[in-house]
Design a protein around this ligand. Structure first.
Ligand SMILES: *[C@@H]1O[C@H](CO)[C@@H](O)[C@H](O)[C@H]1NC(C)=O
Ligand SMILES: *[C@@H]1O[C@H](CO)[C@@H](O)[C@H](O)[C@H]1NC(C)=O
Ligand SMILES: *[C@@H]1O[C@H](CO)[C@@H](O)[C@H](O)[C@H]1NC(C)=O
Ligand SMILES: *[C@@H]1O[C@H](CO)[C@@H](O)[C@H](O)[C@H]1NC(C)=O
Length: 309
């Protein structure tokens, strides 16, 4: 009786030891996985703080994006093609038009991903009148990547908006001629837009350097609309697309020239507005602006808004 009690105690004791060992081991290996997977997931740059540090939801959101630009061997799904709301022509034609385009422009766009030994900074420069008198020019030019959009000129406005442009986001109706060293980030909304681009590389009608063209993947625009904008507005604006793109290209993001000016007008720094109640067209302008402010408040991006200049 006594012996078996001692034995039971012994067994219980060893069982306890064993459980503690298992618990320690599990705890230890959990700790290991966490500290092992974290650098892979978030420490992907050499800046003091990288865009995807911290909040897993943010990391997920950025990493759930489809590839931002079309390449020759990427196959757009028919579903993504049909998401182009005003396109009535067929997928086969889309396919053929792209194939033709890739005979002229690079088959693989030059996209450089994050790297642990690099800190890439991005300035996303909108065209808001709040840049007027800001003196942000040299600050903007100090970024590795400077993304401008639509009719965003620099000539004559260098002091406020800078003069460097590495990427320029535009669609046919908002297009301007780019210099030979800027990348054209082309945003198509239908097959006509792709056909328009096809004719823009002959010497007397040249819109950009044909070696530096990147075509936005329709699936990426859809992702921005659904994952970022909760399907508000018909399409995301060029400005918001530029912000979303910067999150695929940069480790640190500063946003300039978005939103209204000091007087509450949504005008451009390069033109006087005639209609003071200018609306934001088919875009959910206010919603987009709120999200950009939210990203700023969460310290994901830095937003240089009105009146800070
Ligand atoms: C697609 O459209 C083109 C031109 O609009 C037409 O010639 C072709 O027959 C269509 N193909 C299919 C599969 O519907
Ligand atoms: C689109 O083009 C690719 C290659 O260029 C081809 O493999 C695919 O079958 C085409 N799809 C359609 C619907 O034409
Ligand atoms: C533009 O750059 C390309 C190289 O990407 C070069 O071949 C071409 O001559 C340049 N054109 C002009 C007008 O400078
Ligand atoms: C920019 O600001 C200056 C000085 O306040 C003003 O005279 C000019 O009209 C403004 N430009 C635009 C495009 O609003």
């Amino acid at each position: 009786m006594i012996m078996s009690r001692v034995r039971k105690c012994k067994i219980a004791f060893f069982l306890l030891l064993y459980m503690m060992a298992v618990a320690l081991y599990v705890h230890h290996s959990q700790y290991n996985t966490v500290s092992f997977s974290k650098p892979e997931k978030s420490r992907v740059c050499s800046c003091p703080q990288c865009l995807t540090d911290g909040d897993p939801w943010f990391w997920e959101l950025i990493n759930s994006a489809p590839q931002p630009f079309l390449s020759e061997d990427y196959e757009t799904s028919e579903d993504d093609f049909k998401w182009w709301k005003w396109e009535k022509r067929n997928f086969t034609l889309y396919n053929a038009t792209l194939s033709k385009l890739f005979q002229v422009i690079p088959r693989v766009p030059g996209v450089v991903g994050s790297s642990p030994d690099r800190c890439r900074t991005c300035a996303v420069v909108g065209n808001s009148g709040n840049l007027n008198g800001s003196s942000y020019g040299s600050l903007i030019d100090g970024h590795d990547i400077v993304i401008r959009m639509n009719r965003g000129l620099t000539k004559g406005y260098e002091e406020d908006v800078g003069k460097k442009t590495t990427h320029h986001v535009m669609y046919p109706q908002s297009a301007m001629r780019l210099d030979n060293s800027s990348r054209l980030v082309f945003v198509p909304f239908n097959i006509y837009d792709l056909q328009w681009l096809e004719n823009k590389f002959n010497p007397n009608n040249r819109i950009a350097n044909k070696d530096l063209v990147m075509i936005l993947n329709p699936a990426f625009m859809r992702y921005v609309h659904e994952a970022w904008l909760d399907k508000k507005g018909r399409y995301p604006s060029t400005g918001f697309i530029a912000v979303a793109l910067s999150m695929q290209m940069c480790d640190e993001i500063n946003v300039f020239g978005f939103g209204a000016d000091r007087d509450g007008n949504w005008n451009h720094y390069f033109e006087q507005i005639k209609n003071k109640k200018l609306r934001t067209g088919p875009h959910a302008g206010n919603h987009e602006y709120t999200i950009i402010e939210e990203l700023h408040n969460k310290e994901k991006i830095q937003f240089f808004g009105k009146g800070q200049g």
